[in-house]
Ligand binder design. Structure first.
Ligand code: ADP
Ligand code: ZN
Length: 226
């Protein structure tokens, strides 16, 4: 029996801290971090066909169509046996159809936990208004928490900028879409019996500790093979 890492989905509104926490959780458990939004932004920056198509939807705050997203996720999870070894999904699934598709993609390697990061809407609006990201590696900063030198990324030296879709209009649309399309995903995982909630309105470090406690209480790497 070989040890493996947890298979996790992080859910939560825009600005709940999914990206920030997903990076840390993936590092902590030594599993792959798969963020569909990051993938699309990287593809757009590289000017690939996929990226340019996705960018049109993203900049307006619309969802990228399921057939495109599902294909990318399937390819990513099948690479290097990630479905088997464990992963943290961030930004996927975002519709009930995507959640069903994920079950199909995973087959026997089913999810351990879907974690909903709870944050009041006033808090996420403040976080998104001040959010800045590294154009190169997607590390997340804030006007209240800038990189050490002159908006240059601490991790990779890239330029730290505002996302093209962090305009007020696109943010409102994404929050509406979240209510409409992603709340059913939460319901889906509640019924499956793998949903957990974490209060994510506190500072990053505190929320990270809560997440690790939660995952450790559900997931014993020595005891699970499949
Ligand atoms: P946010 O959660 O703030 O919207 P993301 O980086 O997760 O930011 O996603 C940015 C954009 O990428 C979304 O607004 C959407 O256009 C597209 N996208 C990302 N993931 C998905 C997905 N699972 N399904 C459809 N579109 C997606
Ligand atoms: Zn960077």
């Amino acid at each position: 029996m070989t040890a493996r890492g947890p298979r996790l989905v992080l859910l939560g509104k825009q600005g709940a801290g999914k990206g920030t926490q997903a990076v840390r959780i993936a590092e902590h458990y030594g599993v792959h971090h798969l963020a569909t939004g990051d993938l699309f932004r990287e593809a757009a920056a590289a000017g690939t066909e996929l990226g340019l198509e996705a960018k049109g939807y993203m900049d307006g705050g619309f969802l990228v169509p399921d057939d495109i997203v599902n294909g990318v996720v399937e390819e990513q999870l099948h690479a290097s046996d990630r479905a088997e070894h464990g992963f943290v999904l961030d930004g996927f699934p975002r519709t009930r159809e995507q959640a069903e598709e994920l079950d199909r993609i995973l087959g026997p390697f089913s999810l351990d936990l879907a974690i909903d990061l709870d944050v009041p809407t006033e808090v996420v609006l403040h976080r998104i208004a001040g959010r800045r990201v590294c154009a190169q590696c997607q590390a997340v900063y804030h006007l209240d928490n800038p990189p050490e030198t002159n908006w240059t990324c601490d991790v990779c030296g890239g330029k730290v900028v505002q996302r093209d879709d962090d305009t007020q209009e696109a943010v409102m649309r994404r929050l509406e879409l979240y209510e409409m399309k992603t709340l059913p995903v939460i319901q889906f995982y509640r019924r499956a019996g793998i949903l957990a909630h974490v209060d994510a309105s506190d500072e990053t470090e505190e929320v990270f500790k809560r997440l690790v406690e939660l995952v450790d209480s559900y997931f014993d790497p020595g005891a699970r093979a499949l």
